[in-house]
Design a protein around this ligand. Structure first.
Ligand code: FMN
Length: 199
């Protein structure tokens, strides 16, 4: 199996190595996890590493300080699943056992390869705090929280482009657009140079 992730620049004279930052997703999704044995095959096996990691971290910090973000629809780094909705639904039910601080859900796919409603089945099956993310504006976020669809919404790119995002939302002010050309680049451009209101 190919290891995906960020290649880390090594110290001089050492070989480069790859940091598999989507490791738990690689185990969970059957497009990436081709293992046989206790960590491959049925969902229970593919989720084994995730549950072991949650249990280990919870033992150290307490589960109420552990949050989980997994994005079953997102095909980033070509990690896909044959049935992401079923995976999300099953996982939502099983995560009730862990009493986590929150479950964070990226509701869509960056590359729009995989589509479906993840939020409804996860909400129906997960009893803990549910945070939604991806493509929310202030109005949709407020509505999702008001109707109980989500407990909170996380903003990514609009926070990147608006250092004062909460103040802007409160005032109904126009938002700075984010600049995708600067995403995943080095340096301050696109990260710390967007103007605040009255700046
Ligand atoms: C520059 C940039 C870097 C990101 N890095 C990560 C990351 O390392 N891990 C991750 O899970 N999501 C990462 N994301 C995704 C965001 O956390 C968020 O899910 C995404 O921007 C969708 O939310 P939005 O529609 O509010 O922007 C990144 C997004 C951007 C724009």
């Amino acid at each position: 199996m190919a290891i995906t992730g960020d290649q880390v620049q090594p110290p001089a004279g050492k070989k480069p190595y790859v940091l598999p930052r989507e490791l738990l997703d690689e185990f969970l999704r059957d497009g990436a996890n081709q293992r046989v044995g206790p960590y491959g095959g049925p969902l229970e096996n593919r989720a084994r590493l995730l549950f072991e990691v949650i249990a280990a971290v919870s033992e150290v910090r307490g589960s109420h300080r552990v949050g989980l973000r997994i994005s079953p629809l997102n095909s980033y780094n070509s990690i896909i699943d044959s049935d992401p909705i079923a995976l999300a639904r099953w996982l939502a039910g099983r995560l009730n056992d862990f009493d986590l601080a929150y479950r964070h859900l990226l509701r869509a796919d960056f590359f729009r390869q995989q589509k479906g409603d993840l939020v409804t089945p996860v909400r129906e099956n997960y009893r803990g705090v549910l945070i939604g993310n991806m493509g929310y504006g202030a109005d949709e976020a407020a509505q999702a929280v008001a109707t109980g669809k989500l407990d909170a919404v996380a903003f990514g790119t609009s926070f990147l482009a608006n250092p004062d995002l909460p103040a802007r939302i409160r005032r109904g002010a126009t938002l700075n657009p984010a600049n995708p050309a600067t995403f995943y680049t080095r340096g301050a451009a696109g990260y710390t140079d967007h103007p605040a209101l009255n700046a």
